[in-house]
Design a protein around this ligand. Structure first.
Ligand SMILES: [Zn+2]
Length: 348
């Protein structure tokens, strides 16, 4: 059931949409007398609702204005519980400029942009200071670079999508969306490569089998994205299902690895399985927020700018990448300290 706040907000937005339809596109929400006053004083300012307080003043550059859910084009309507703060109808130049304004995408954009920069610094630091101390081989550097490159590409694609989804051309917006999905596949690949490489470090045959299988699966997802219906709203659940299947496939090599490493009595299994479970826990939590649209579902219109499910999804994804990166570093150094047992080396 909608809260009274939600209803009144929607009704006022409806009136606003009617105003816009009748040609008064410069008018602001009739529910906000403050906004009218502001329009006279300075056309570049905008009042937003943040938490329970409705009138936080925000300066918006000329040419960019924020819209309500009813005012945005259909292809941007994903989440009716986010009622305001949308950027829309922008050319590329203003999309980039909107990086520095507070809209309902700001936290999503900056969380992954900062994440990208953190992984960049982490990569440079670890390559220069940490990997040489564990006497990493060329192979280690390659695997480590693939992991970080995949994570960073995933984060950059996400930044691009959230920055350019408000483009005035639907085609451009959809292309960025496709790139975001491609980025998620690359992020998953970035998790698989070091995981399979180091867990099957002593078993070259199975290592190759799983690496090839994972690569084939990611390529299949890429080709599925070419399908014209892939990005449609009807296929939304199918898209989530594909990503879930690709992620859950990881349990197959995990169980196989536990069996051939000596079960739960093995010291390495005891140390590494909680890390794998931790990654799956974070990924599941992220997916639950993404699909359920909780918490904004229970507070419609009040989490437009901060605290929405997609922002939590972004933060959890970032945390998961960091968690898995640390886990990869752990198993890499373990493999350098503990040589492979003779028996497993001969196994195929
Ligand atoms: Zn996102």
């Amino acid at each position: 059931m909608r809260s009274p706040y939600f209803k009144s907000h929607y009704d006022s937005n409806y009136a606003y949409t009617k105003l816009k339809a009748s040609g008064h596109t410069k008018a602001d929400s009739p529910s906000s007398a403050m906004s009218h006053k502001l329009q006279r004083n300075g056309p570049t300012a905008h009042y937003i609702e943040l938490g329970g307080y409705q009138y936080w003043p925000v300066l918006v550059p000329r040419g960019i204005r924020l819209y309500t859910y009813e005012q945005i084009p259909m292809f941007l309507r994903e989440n009716p519980y986010i009622t305001d703060g949308y950027r829309a109808y922008l050319p590329s130049r203003l999309c980039i400029k909107s990086l520095f304004i507070l809209s309902n995408e700001t936290v999503s954009i900056w969380s992954h942009l900062v994440g990208f920069l953190l992984f960049l610094c982490l990569g440079v630091y670890n390559m220069a200071c940490v990997l040489p101390t564990v006497e990493a081989s060329k192979e280690d550097y390659v695997i480590y670079s693939i992991e970080l490159f995949c994570f960073q590409l995933c984060l950059l694609c996400s930044v691009g999508h959230h920055l350019f989804c408000c483009h005035r051309s639907e085609k451009t917006s959809r292309r960025w969306m496709a790139l975001d999905y491609a980025g998620v596949s690359i992020g998953i690949l970035g998790c698989y490569v070091p995981g399979v490489f180091y867990t099957f470090y002593c078993n070259n045959y199975w290592r190759q089998v799983y690496l090839v299988t994972v690569l084939a699966m990611i390529l299949a997802v890429f080709f599925a994205q070419i399908h014209p219906h892939y990005l449609s709203k009807q296929w939304k659940q199918l898209r989530s299902l594909i990503f879930c299947s690709v992620s859950c496939y990881g349990l197959v090599p995990t169980i196989h690895w536990i069996c051939i490493t000596g079960g739960f009595s093995s010291e390495l299994v005891q140390a590494f399985v909680p890390r794998i479970m931790g990654m799956y826990f974070l990924a599941t939590l992220a997916l639950i927020f993404y699909v359920s649209k909780v918490p904004e579902r229970y507070f419609p219109g009040q989490l437009n700018y901060v605290g929405s499910s997609h922002q939590l999804f972004h933060l959890l994804l970032l945390l998961m990448f960091y968690w898995w990166h640390q886990s990869s570093c752990f198993i890499l150094s373990y493999r350098h300290n503990q040589p492979c047992p003779e028996s497993t080396m001969q196994q195929v």
